[in-house]
Design a protein around this ligand. Structure first.
Ligand SMILES: [Zn+2]
Length: 157
């Protein structure tokens, strides 16, 4: 497992677009934006309109916080001070299981993994977990591998 993230070096300020999302993570809920007009889902929540139908109405969808690793990178040279002691660590792009739409669209989120690189592979199932920070307003979602997959694939050395 990578060393802990030094959250004291991160300044996260929930704003108009993200306050509800951060409030949900405090309750261990992982939300994505959902268009109430057409049902399309997206992340991050900062985009003010639906990319599919253009609606300016925005809602939320509470995911189960489970998905499959679509791709990943290993960060060895962090640019944010909070992660200096954590490197090397893996950031994965995760396709959420319950955000697959009829037209093939799937919502992908980025997640800092709790697993070390040898435990990571494309195609593996993973789930969100929540880390408390010193800031009572901020609970940080992290992700961990939660199973195996027959066709999991790793980048070559
Ligand atoms: Zn829409």
């Amino acid at each position: 497992m990578p060393a802990p993230i030094d959250y004291s070096k991160l300044r996260i300020v929930p704003d108009f677009d993200t306050a509800e999302w951060w409030a949900a993570t405090k309750e261990h809920k992982y939300l994505v934006r959902r268009c109430p007009d057409c049902g399309h889902k997206w992340f991050p929540p900062i985009f003010p309109a639906c990319a599919r139908c253009g609606s300016l109405k925005t809602g939320w969808f509470e995911t189960a916080g489970k998905g499959v690793i679509y791709s990943y990178v290993v960060v060895v040279q962090p640019i944010v001070g909070a992660f200096v002691g954590t490197a090397p660590y893996v950031v994965a792009i995760i396709e959420l299981d319950d955000c697959r739409e009829a037209d093939g669209a799937v919502t992908r989120v980025a997640g800092v993994m709790l697993n070390d690189e040898p435990e990571i592979a494309i195609g593996l199932p993973c789930e969100v977990v929540y880390e408390e920070t010193a800031d009572p307003r901020i609970v940080m979602p992290r992700w961990r591998v939660c199973g195996a997959a027959p066709n999991a694939w790793r980048f070559a050395e």
